[in-house]
Design a protein around this ligand. Structure first.
Ligand code: SAM
Length: 289
């Protein structure tokens, strides 16, 4: 079938490696975890994965301040479930999702069709570092667990600023470094998490550096809140359940499922060792001078 809006990355492109990582068995994904890939926000006694995932999306919509006049760009929306949720709960005028994984775009378009929201929720194949929209298009930009992958996060921040209207809001759920590894074991854990997860070295830095990079890209009123304790353990224990392990093996295949299990362990250990943190980030595009 011809897919004119599918991009082809060069063999050495970082985007190709990320797309390969997420494409394994993607056609089998269907409704496992309702299509959510995020870590979830496990607060107020939530013990169900989909509820935790929706709680995180709800928090991001609230941080952004979405309402019925908003034009939202969601960069790295995964399989699109979060945009159907945001469309139903916050009723923005439009949502455009931009993801590097073609299989995710197909799932997102199917979901928008099934929810009868194709007129308000659209999905595009492309990369966060070359956003295919003109300057000043959106009132809000969102990225949930995408920015760590982007080559680089800094380039994405510049692109996000460009496509946002003055005063527009950006919100991200992301990962930062808390402290450098101190010994061989810590180095191995940190490097395993980084390379298995296709995180460019250039994206590995602290909240302080993150904030400076946002400022240099033209954002102000920057807030970075550490949330790891309410996010990482809940996700880890969900992924370690035998039924989740079996489901991922059915979807992704044995090898990829083992790899993703290893990644879950590396991220969890990185967090418990105090090497990495999960953060919610907000900023506003400075008004034109
Ligand atoms: C951990 S998943 C999160 C997906 C979704 N936000 C969710 O929480 O369910 C990371 C997503 O980032 C996307 N991604 C990675 N690099 C990207 C890039 N350069 N541009 C756009 N999307 C990208 C992947 O395809 C994947 O959908």
């Amino acid at each position: 079938m011809s897919t004119p809006d599918r991009k082809r990355w060069t063999a050495s492109a970082h985007e190709r490696k990320v797309e390969n990582l997420y494409s394994g068995g993607i056609e089998n994904y269907l409704d496992h975890h309702n299509g959510y890939l995020n870590f979830g926000l496990w607060e107020n006694g939530i013990s169900d994965y989909v509820k935790a995932a929706e709680n995180l999306v709800q928090r991001m919509g609230t941080i952004l301040g979405l309402n019925e006049t908003s034009k939202l760009l969601d960069v790295a929306p995964g399989m699109g479930t979060q945009d159907i949720y945001l469309s139903e709960k916050f009723a923005p005028r439009s949502i455009d999702g931009l993801d590097v994984t073609w299989g995710h775009i197909e799932h997102g378009r199917r979901r928008a069709r099934e929810a009868h929201r194709e007129d308000r929720v659209s999905f595009h194949h492309g990369t966060a570092t070359a956003i295919p929209f003109p300057d000043n298009t959106f009132t809000h930009v969102l990225s949930i667990e995408g920015p760590e992958h982007f080559d680089t996060r800094e380039k994405f921040l510049h692109e996000a600023r460009r496509v946002l209207q003055p005063g527009g809001v950006i919100a991200m759920a992301d990962f930062i470094v808390k402290r450098p590894p101190k010994n061989l074991i810590e180095n191995l854990v940190a490097e395993a998490a980084r390379s298995l997860w296709k995180v460019p070295r250039a994206n590995v830095y602290t909240a302080e550096v993150y904030s400076q990079k946002m400022q240099s890209a033209g954002f102000e009123k920057i807030a970075i809140k550490e949330m790891g304790a309410l996010v990482i353990p809940g996700y880890y224990f969900e992924q370690m359940k035998p039924e989740t392990i079996r489901a991922i093996a059915r979807i992704r295949g044995f090898m990829l499922a083992r790899l993703s299990l290893l990644l879950d362990v590396a991220v969890y250990r990185g967090f418990t060792m105090g090497l990495l943190e999960y953060v919610l980030v907000r900023g506003e595009k400075a008004q034109a001078v």
